[in-house]
Design a protein around this ligand. Sequence first.
Ligand code: GLN
Length: 190
Amino acid sequence: MIVGVLALQGAVREHVISLNRLGIESRVVKREKGLEGLSGLILPGGESTAISLLADDSFLHHLKDLARTGFPMFGTCAGMILLASGIEGRDAGYIGVIDITVSRNASGRQVDSFETILDIEGIGQDVPAVFIRAPYITSHGASVRPMASHDGQWVMARQENILVASFHPELTEDTRVHEYFVGMAKEIGK
Ligand code: GLN
């Protein structure tokens, strides 16, 4: 299997390294064409506004259509904002394929970045998680399964083929979160 990493802006290389550690082949994706033959796509953290501008509307639409076919996607931090159906203070989502509303920069400013450990349902305990100007999930639909919380706020969730995390699992050496996504992609691809 090959897992794609959206490579317009943000922490791209770190996701490639995490996939490498799991022995999973990866491909950086900049355009629609690059999506062919992939088993899943990771949308990295960075700056959601910048990524959305670099992606342009037609690419974002294509990603939305692809997600609706059941294609597995995993958004971390800014990637989670791109996948959310609602963003506080904004009329509409970008790709908008998971029924959650997020509040951007809810974890604080860049200088308030922090590392903590999370118990993640379906993944395990004491999973290290780095938060950098992270979004929190402020509400979610009934078909969304929240998987982890921090400070009483949901920070990880899944709805069928879409997985999102407020934090950056790729900035730690723990590969359990990536392993979960790879397992999910394998399951869906069967
Ligand atoms: N605050 C950023 C945004 O709104 C996300 C930060 C991150 O991805 N680390 O896009």
